[in-house]
Design a protein around this ligand. Structure first.
Ligand code: ASP
Length: 584
């Protein structure tokens, strides 16, 4: 009773064949004593008809694992199911073997593509093995498999080596906390799980491997927030003797190939948008380009108008920006108030607005600008029926707050098409970001990124102005890859360490092995890490990364199925010479 066909392959041309199917009972129906049973495996579903005079289906229950032998026959015309690949045929059962039975199901296995069971997620994850049988999860895992293979093929064709780096390491520089693993043989010493293969892949370049990639597991001990997982897989790559454009071409090629081969979607060319421009135009370093709404500079108008708050903002050197919402005058006060809440969440003191009427501004702060109304209309390209939204604040806050308003407007007006993918690269990121709490500069990406040459002279004087060869790939507002060219000059590396407050001795302690290696002629190099789950979630149209991961953790980083994390046995603790400090 070993299968000789899968549940997805029989067609009307197979009529008359005697075949064996193996699979799970996906549905059972009884029509006047005749049993109709859908049998499912990874490849599809086939309808099997049980005539009790030949073989009975009475014992069968949902999700039993069975083997069934029978003859293929064409279904009567009115019984055909065009939505099923095997919908023209059915199997007339002649012999049945129950391979294993199934307990009462904690939830129904969802057979509709694009839907998940409405069971609580905790329950889905506790019984993930059942959830993974659903049509959507099967599809998502197939997409993931196929996209991974496409990426791999693309890179192999371009002479990349697939190489591994260790997952028990020292410490890593990505800026999250490390997960640590105690050493039994050296009590009191710990390995870290890598936050990325960053240092190792850079050392591989120094060793002459030139083009490397890896489907790398990365571990970051971050606070539970939104969609974060403690571990993720990234397509990690590095290449030598290249400029930024060489690396971007590979990233673009990988993504275009994966989208085309996996879901048949031809991604358009990726525009390259410098960070400052992305912030000024879209108010975000991961802009959603499916819709056009763009921020515009309002500072000159603000300086010439009568609205005191904006006048003062301009005098204080802050930015004032405006977002024109074509046809947005129809939005209600309630909707505008909602948008203001968004602006405030992102640090703005408020959101100013006015409508564009037939003969002048209408409502909100419009009356302060009546005298220069014509200038503003011409300058911003305003049309009757538009809504104008404005924020005044320090540059980054101003851009970000209005950028979030832009996204909220798009959501409110349904501007982003669900079946469209709009990619771009955001390039030339700042090298450093000011950390208010610590009162110091942090690396925007990690400490090994290469500043652009024009900032080298002023790096210490004005770290905030420095931009580097740092880039992200963004699709539909989701950051799916980031990377950079790297520093290969030890002196420059030391300068960057100093700016981010890592002394020479600390650098030696944390990254000494890398600094040592880099005394032996590193080549110029660069690379990226691309988050696999994020790419697949886009392809699958899933809003949660958990739906494209086989066995994800919940939002508090635990796994209901294997119940990790879990306490260690006392003898394990003793062997590791660890003791637990009780309390919060
Ligand atoms: N190591 C970086 C990351 O994991 C990617 C890169 O710069 O190559 O985000």
């Amino acid at each position: 009773m070993k299968r000789n066909v899968t549940c997805g392959e029989l067609r009307s041309g197979d009529e008359g064949r005697s075949v064996v199917l193996n699979g799970w009972v996906a549905a059972t129906r009884d029509h006047g004593g005749i049993g109709f049973v859908d049998v499912r495996d990874r490849y599809g579903v086939t309808q099997v008809v049980f005539d009790p005079a030949v073989v009975s289906a009475a014992e069968l229950k949902l999700e039993y694992c069975i083997a069934v032998r029978g003859a293929v026959r064409t279904r009567p015309t009115e019984m055909r199911n065009a939505e099923m690949a095997t919908g023209d045929v059915e199997l007339a059962a002649e012999e049945l073997e129950i391979l294993s039975t199934c307990d009462t199901l904690p939830f129904m296995i969802e057979s509709r593509l694009g839907q998940h069971t409405d069971a609580r997620e905790e329950l889905r994850l506790r019984h993930r093995y059942l959830d993974l049988r659903s049509a959507t999860m099967q599809r998502n895992m197939e997409l993931r498999h196929r996209a991974t293979q496409s990426m791999r093929r693309f890179l192999l064709e371009r002479d990349f080596y697939e190489m591994e780096t260790p997952t028990l390491v020292r410490s890593t520089p990505e800026g999250a906390r490390d997960y640590v693993v105690p050493s039994r043989l050296q009590p009191g010493n710990f390995y870290a799980l890598p936050q990325s293969p960053q240092i190792f892949k850079q050392i591989l370049m120094l060793s002459g491997f030139d083009r490397y990639f890896q489907m790398a597991r990365c571990y970051r001990d971050e606070d539970a927030r939104g969609d974060r997982q403690p571990e993720h897989t990234q397509l990690d790559m590095e290449m030598s003797f290249v400029d930024q454009e060489d690396v971007l071409e590979v990233a673009e090629g990988v993504l275009r190939r994966a989208f085309a081969e996996t879901i048949g979607y031809e991604l358009p060319e990726f525009p390259r948008i410098p960070y400052d421009e992305a912030m000024n135009r879209y108010g975000s370093d991961r802009p959603d380009l499916r819709y056009e709404l763009e921020l515009q500079d309002f500072a000159d108008h603000a300086a010439g108008g009568e609205f005191g708050i904006f006048k003062a903002a301009v005098e204080a050197g802050d930015s004032v920006k405006a977002l024109r919402v074509p046809g947005g005058a129809g939005m209600s006060r309630k909707q505008i108030d909602g948008l203001e809440e968004v602006a405030k969440t992102y640090g703005a003191k408020g959101l100013a607005w006015t409508r564009v009427g037939a003969d002048g501004f209408d409502g909100g702060i419009g009356r302060f600008y009546d005298s220069i109304g014509a200038d503003i209309r011409a300058g911003l390209g305003l049309q009757e029926g538009d809504l104008l939204l404005m924020v005044g604040a320090p540059w980054r806050v101003c851009c970000t707050a209005l950028g979030e308003v832009r996204a909220a407007v798009a959501a409110e007006l349904g501007l982003a098409a669900a079946d469209q993918y709009a990619p771009c690269f955001v390039t030339d990121f700042p090298m450093f970001a000011w950390d208010e709490e610590r009162g110091g500069w942090d690396p925007e990406h990690h400490p090994f990124t290469l500043p652009h040459p024009q900032y080298l002279d002023s790096l210490e004087k004005d770290p905030g102005a420095a931009r580097g060869a740092i880039y992200d790939a963004v699709i539909n507002g989701a950051e799916i890859m980031s990377g950079s060219l790297r520093i290969h000059d030890p002196q420059l590396q030391q300068r960057v360490f100093s700016i981010i407050g890592i002394s020479a001795s600390e650098a030696k302690r944390r990254f000494g092995f890398m600094l040592d290696a880099f005394r032996y002629a590193p080549p110029p190099h660069g690379g990226f890490g691309m988050g696999l789950a994020r790419v697949i979630a886009l392809m699958a149209g899933e809003s949660s990364l958990r739906d494209v991961i086989t066995f994800p953790k919940t939002t508090n980083m635990s796994s209901p199925m294997d119940e990790s994390p879990a306490p260690l046995e006392p003898d394990q603790l003793a062997e590791l010479r660890l003791s637990i400090i009780e309390g919060d």
